[in-house]
Write a protein that binds this ligand. Structure first.
Ligand code: PLP
Length: 354
């Protein structure tokens, strides 16, 4: 039986994508060949790469606005250093909202001065700082749109004349916003876009070429742009499955359509967390993530039965990140409202029995 998969990443993808992706392993485009054995330079795959790059820009509403999309390797973690490598001249501003921002800050320090404009470390990253000041002498401002581990999400992004870089790994394509506010967006595919192995990078081209240092080829966005994301062998299968997922998203109403469903799922679960006396939300209400809901069970004696009950209900991946504990329900695009209802039913059943 198919599980209700709340895994934080790699994570659930649409069932029809799994089916189509399986078929392509056996026979891709009726070519008599598996997608795993063809050249990345073959027309069939070049078409996949181009469609993936175009779909990403189209869904984000960034077509014809000076942006290009790349599918690179090395995860979002490589972007922590690739971004400053290409963009940090002397000083950059970072907003610290959790583990991933902290890691991005650590890497940026190899390239220049980092000004942490605000941090929510003082309250275990339960909130998103607001009203901070971005100095005018920085090369860019960097933030993390959704904090996968702590379950917070930036609802309003600052206005700054400086280039804005955002790690959107865990909420890209989940909600509408004016993506043209950003100059560089990156996201590891495995949270909301595809399988592990590729990273989407969306760049406004005119921010490049301003640093003096020499940048090694594999680290240089311009090299990858010049080669249409084919400078070296791309993660063929991961790009293909991401492309299928983006097609699925487009067919299902694009970001506007999915946002509506994501809001329904999140409000269903958060209402249960708030109404059920056995559970407490981890993050401040105003900053709660619609993707990763973090919560705790306030009676340790019930932990064993709760864990047994949700497993029995066919739920997978509900344990919180090892650094936070408790529970985390990751409700990425492909998770259905019905799956959320199953979890909510288990939570209220626990209350009834307790
Ligand atoms: C998972 C995650 C990362 C790390 O991604 P990798 O692809 O494993 O390098 C970075 N940022 C955020 C917000 C994440 O959720």
């Amino acid at each position: 039986m198919k599980k209700h998969n709340y895994s934080a990443g790699p994570c659930i993808l649409p069932q029809e994508v799994f089916e189509e992706a399986s078929q392509a392993i056996l026979d891709f485009n009726n070519s008599g060949l598996s997608i795993l054995e063809i050249s990345h330079r073959s027309k069939d795959f070049v078409d996949v790469m181009e469609e993936a790059r175009n779909l990403a820009l189209e869904l984000l509403g960034l077509e014809g606005k000076g942006y290009k999309a790349l599918f690179l390797q090395g995860g979002a973690s490589l972007q922590f250093l690739m971004a400053p490598y290409n963009l940090l001249k002397t000083k950059a501003a970072y907003l610290n909202t959790g583990t991933w921002s902290s890691k991005a800050i650590k890497e940026a320090k190899f390239f220049g001065e980092v000004k942490e404009v605000a941090s929510s470390a003082d309250r275990d990253f339960k909130y998103v700082p607001k009203g901070y000041f971005i100095p005018s002498d920085v090369d860019y401002f960097h933030c993390t749109s959704n904090n996968t581990i702590y379950g917070t999400q930036i609802k309003e992004f600052p206005n700054t004349p400086k280039p804005m870089i955002c790690d959107m790994s865990s909420d890209i394509f989940s909600r509408q916003m004016d993506f043209s506010k950003f100059d560089l967006i990156y996201a590891g595919a495995q949270k909301n876009m595809g399988p592990a192995g590729t990273t989407l990078v969306v760049i406004k081209e005119d921010i490049l070429g301003k640093v003096d240092r020499s940048v090694p080829s594999m680290m240089d966005y311009r090299v990858h742009l010049n080669k249409a994301s084919m400078f070296n062998t791309p993660a063929v299968y991961a790009v293909y499955v991401s492309m299928l997922t983006l097609r699925w998203l487009k067919k299902n109403g694009g970001i506007a359509g999915i946002e509506e469903r994501n809001e329904k799922k999140a409000s269903l679960l958060y209402s249960e967390i708030d109404i059920n006396p056995l559970f407490d939300g981890y993050a401040d209400k105003a900053d709660r993530s619609n993707m990763n809901a973090t919560f705790t069970l306030n009676n340790d004696d019930l932990k064993e039965s709760f864990d047994a009950m949700w497993k029995e209900a066919g739920i997978n991946g509900l344990n919180g990140h090892r650094s936070v504990g408790g529970y985390r329900a990751s409700m990425y695009n492909a998770l259905s409202l019905e799956s959320v209802q199953v979890l909510v039913d288990v939570m209220s059943e626990l209350e009834r029995k307790a």
